[in-house]
Ligand binder design. Structure first.
Ligand code: 3HC
Length: 696
């Protein structure tokens, strides 16, 4: 065995050369890996005793792509194109041996080999779209030449990881070799290729499948139309489609030029920078300073939930989906029956859509038991209180749980606003108390805010993060403050939306600006969807706010066919002249002169105070890192991922710009706009949120 460099070895198995990469964690195509590949192939080709070359990886996976952390930095090492050319033009058969995942640049390297073998558990994909990119090493030109245009379009725009068996059926892989025997299997395959004098298959020369789609623009038109909703706002899917069009309409080398140019545009643009930021943010969110990975956690084998309402039921489904038995406690039989039947109906609806079998429905509902007695939660490892937001009620429940539930268990609350330190204070074990703030619908929304109270123990925090992962959530650890991280920032946007309405903007103008920014809907459409009467009390309503007036008129949102908007029978929203008049009357009465408000101002007024609040949250240590706040807003509130979250967006537009506006508004409208000290400091130091070091 010869070491080519720190991450590459070359060895021989008879007359087959085996080039082995070992660059943990995922064998990404760093400069060292590219150098190793270039030199390894050069030596293997130069060695007359070598008849074929196998490329295999150590560790958990084949090459999982380009090294994402290298993007945006000065180029170093061998160029990937040169490496691929050396493989493709090798006079000896080159065989990629795939385990784990061959992704992005990894699959593109494999596609530059003449043959590919894989173990059954391997998966292949071009997931660049998920980081705002397109496969920039020939993937968009080679993939459709093997799998055809329709399949290629689907793969590059979804980023899906295709299992080995399906890859074999599509011709992406030539042979499946036994699990655990990849190296030997690949060498045996290489011997067969040599013995049978199989051709040096270059994917680039195989034109049949792309020619079949030539002159058929309708294929692309239909694909664009079918996916318009899904792709809204994103640049990368469209650019991927254009590359596949180029593969169809142009010779290979011309197609490569299009791919390179569009890749360059994406990789230097804001969207990909944002999506790459999110890729790393999703991974760092799990890392908790002061709580090492090997912290002792509490085994969670049985969960108790208090409250069978919408939240409680949704939370229960998460655990049942993960195979963990749940007991839900309600006070009245009727409410319990209602809650359990909603859960069953939800599962049955999923089954109707073909995403669950009826067998699964039975298994999951079978894991959820109902009870009217808190005592039935005595042997739970985790209890989650999900009753309505009332401090006295919650304290009462925690006092009782403290006397009932076994020692060592976690006592969690799903409160979205109340002070968890106060809740913890009524128990004799405040170290066991934590907030698990699920988002509605709790069985669907990916975010979980894990709220650490003053005395919460490390084991309870570590277990909560672990359990979040187990039930498929992305969790951010936050501290106790009004609204925690997500709702505290939301309050800023809501306040500004309301204020703008009083200054002359209409709800649909504000909604349109935020929709165009990339949110799934604006705040007023959201209120209509949720119901304007949430928290509204008829007896106490005297037309003091616009919402009061709307509710009094029975315009309570989508469910009553009218709210801020008017709705037709298909729930399509139309700006409402009734609402417009109500708003105008209010504004006139308050003596304000309504003014024309530009889209730019609406955007700045709704978004900048959110960024400023995020900075205050960081300053107070209520979030660990700026990127955790981004994770909260992307996964809990529909912030467009291609804008990277509010904090990343602040960095993108320039914190000096945000600060200047906050100062201006503070002077005009008061201390609600007071800039955060952290924001001031970062601007003074010419830094961004991304530049903040841990604990700074
Ligand atoms: N570049 C740099 N670092 C990477 C990386 C990459 N392509 N892929 C993963 N990592 C890092 C992660 O940041 C993480 O680091 P950490 O331990 O310091 O947090 C570590 O590797 C392990 O990653 P995961 O936690 O994600 O490990 P999993 O086992 O859960 O998943 C995986 C493995 C499926 C390979 C997943 O990491 C993944 O999807 N990676 C990205 C794949 C990708 O997007 N490839 C395309 C890159 S772009 C490209 O190839 C351009 C080309 O066309 C020119």
């Amino acid at each position: 065995m010869t070491a080519i460099n720190d991450v590459t070895d070359l060895s021989k198995d008879g007359d087959i050369a085996v080039l082995t990469l070992n660059s943990p964690p995922v064998n990404a195509l760093s400069a060292a890996v590219r150098d190793g590949l270039a030199e390894g192939f050069r030596q293997a080709i130069a060695d007359d005793s070598v008849k074929a070359i196998v490329l295999v990886c150590e560790g958990k996976t084949f090459i999982a792509g380009a090294d994402i952390s290298e993007f945006g930095k000065a180029p170093r090492g061998a160029s990937l194109f040169d490496v691929q050319n050396a493989m493709e033009n090798s006079p000896k058969p080159a065989i990629a041996a795939i385990h784990g995942t061959a992704l992005g640049g990894g699959l593109e390297v494999a596609l530059s080999c003449h043959y590919r073998v894989a173990v059954p558990s391997a998966r292949c994909g071009l997931p660049e779209v998920n980081i705002g990119l397109l496969p920039g090493a020939g993937g968009t030109q080679r993939l459709p030449r093997i799998v055809g245009v329709e399949k290629a379009l689907e793969m590059v725009t979804s980023g899906q990881h295709v299992p080995a068996k399906a890859c074999l059926e599509m011709g992406l892989v030539d042979e499946i070799v036994p699990e655990g025997k990849l190296r030997d299997g690949a060498v045996a395959f290489a011997r067969k290729v040599v013995a049978e004098k199989r051709p040096l298959k270059k994917v680039r020369d195989s034109n049949e499948k792309v020619e079949a789609a030539r002159g058929k623009p309708e294929i692309f038109a239909k694909f664009r139309k079918d996916n318009a909703r899904k792709f809204r706002g994103f640049l990368a899917p469209e650019y991927n489609i254009r590359c596949i069009e180029a593969a169809v309409e142009k010779p290979f080398d011309e197609g490569i030029k299009v791919e390179r140019e569009l890749f360059r545009e994406l990789v230097t643009g804001n969207q990909s920078a944002a999506q790459r930021h999110v890729f790393f943010a999703e991974r760092s969110v799990w890392k908790i300073p002061g709580i090492p990975d090997d912290t002792q956690t509490i085994p969670v084998n049985k969960v108790g939930i208090i409250g069978a309402g919408t939240m409680g039921g949704g939370i229960a489904m998460n655990f049942a989906n993960a195979g963990i038995p749940v007991t839900i406690v309600e006070m009245q039989q009727e409410a319990l029956d209602r809650g359990l039947s909603v859960i069953r109906k939800n599962y049955e609806n999923t089954a109707k859509r073909g995403r669950l079998t009826m067998d699964d429905v039975e298994k999951r509902t079978g894991l959820i038991k109902g009870s009217l007695k808190l005592e039935d939660l005595a042997d739970c490892d985790l209890t989650i209180e999900a009753v309505y937001e009332n401090m006295d009620v919650k304290k009462d429940i925690f006092r009782k749980l403290d006397g009932i539930v076994k020692q060592g268990a976690i006592l969690a609350t799903n409160t979205s606003a109340l002070n968890i330190d106060q809740i913890a204070s009524v128990t004799k074990r405040p170290e066991a108390v934590i907030g698990l703030h699920f988002f509605s619908p709790a069985n669907v929304m990916r975010l979980l805010e894990v709220v650490r109270a003053d005395k919460t123990s490390n084991a309870v925090i570590a277990t909560s993060m672990q359990i979040a992962k187990k039930i498929g959530k992305i969790a951010a650890l936050v501290g106790v403050c009004p609204g925690f991280v997500g709702n505290r920032i939301l309050a800023q946007r809501q306040r500004e939306a309301q204020k703008l309405m009083f200054e002359g903007a209409m709800p649909w103008d504000i909604d349109r600006v935020l929709y165009d920014f990339g949110f799934p809907m604006g705040p007023f459409a959201m209120s209509d969807l949720a119901g304007l009467d949430i928290g509204w009390i008829k007896e106490k309503s005297h037309g003091a706010t616009i919402r009061d007036v709307l509710c009094e008129m029975d315009r309570r949102g989508q469910k009553t066919g009218a709210g801020y908007y008017d709705y037709d029978e298909n729930r399509n929203a139309k700006p409402s002249p009734v609402t417009e008049k109500i708003i105008k009357d209010f504004v006139t009465k308050s003596g304000v002169n309504p003014r024309q408000i530009s889209d730019e101002e609406i955007l700045e007024r709704t978004i900048y105070p959110m960024i400023n609040e995020g900075a205050k949250i960081l300053e107070e240590g209520k979030a660990i890192r700026a990127s955790d706040i981004d994770i909260v807003w992307i996964n809990g509130y529909g912030w467009p991922v291609y804008r990277g979250g509010p904090m990343f967006y602040g960095d993108t537009i320039g914190l000096d710009k945000v600060l200047a506006k906050m100062k201006l508004w503070q002077a005009q409208m008061g201390d609600a706009y007071k800039p955060s000290a952290l924001l001031e400091r970062l601007v003074a130091e010419g830094k961004r949120f991304q530049d903040l070091k841990q604990g700074e």
